[in-house]
Design a protein around this ligand. Structure first.
Ligand code: DC
Length: 229
């Protein structure tokens, strides 16, 4: 039997990363940050001088292989740590652009499925289209949302903590542009799966959200993970 899959989708700053990481830890599952994969494509393209909308160039890069790996919370490209380099405002914009290219989505679909299905005990994947496209049969699906301001404030604080201070207004403007691109793109737009559990995290302590998601996941996965501790 393949490993159970938990999908966490939603817009930037809704708390997906924190919730996915903690939920994965509690369940003993692997956590796969699919946004980091799109961000890595944007970074590799920038470094190779390939425009983010150059489909042929992107196809060649992806055919060559990104050399992407995850080590705990770190993202590595050909062994080099790019965890911070993929989170700059510029690469965030690039990730949004490359993620709208069908060639990129198609090439990354197999990689995301492989990562999920090869997780030893199960996987929590966070992204935009996990419950709708990548794993439409996921055993548990969450769609996290929050108000624009709450989301921008979280992203702003997160960047500041990482030593990358960006004015709140700039984060909000960038976020609105990316939300628009992500929800309006023709392929795999951001939207909740019909069977997703909707969680509005505005004003909620993320610990409380993790607890709620953990309880929901345990109920739905009980028969699959009984015997695991
Ligand atoms: O979650 P994030 O901010 O790290 O995602 C970076 C970009 O990648 C964002 O613009 C949306 C896109 N993305 C996507 O289209 N599909 C996914 N499954 C994950 C991210």
């Amino acid at each position: 039997m393949t490993a159970p899959i938990v999908a966490i989708d939603g817009p930037a700053g809704a708390g997906k990363s924190t919730v996915a990481r903690q939920l994965a830890r509690k369940l003993g599952f692997s956590m796969i940050d699919t946004g980091a994969i799109y961000r890595s494509v944007a970074l590799v393209a920038r470094r190779a001088d390939v425009a983010w909308d150059d489909d042929e160039g992107l196809r060649k890069l992806l055919d060559t292989g990104l050399g992407l790996s995850f080590q705990e919370d770190r993202v590595l490209l050909k062994g080099h740590d790019v965890t911070e380099a993929i989170r700059t405002p510029e690469i965030s914009r690039g990730a949004s652009v490359v993620s709208a290219r069908p060639v990129v989505r198609e090439k990354l679909l197999g990689l995301q499925r492989e990562l999920g299905l090869h997780a030893p005990r199960g996987a929590v994947l966070e992204g935009r289209d996990i419950g709708t496209v990548v794993f439409p049969d996921a055993q548990v699906k969450f769609f996290l949302t929050a108000s624009d301001e709450a989301r921008a404030r979280r992203r702003h604080d997160e960047l500041a903590e990482k030593g990358l201070p960006v004015p709140l207004e700039e984060v909000l403007t960038d976020q609105r542009r990316r939300d628009k691109d992500d929800t309006e793109r023709a392929i795999a737009p951001l939207k909740p799966a019909p069977d997703a559990i909707l969680v509005d995290t505005t004003g909620l302590d993320l610990e409380a959200v993790v607890d709620r998601c953990y309880r929901e996941a345990q109920t739905r996965l009980r028969h699959l993970i009984s015997g695991q501790s």
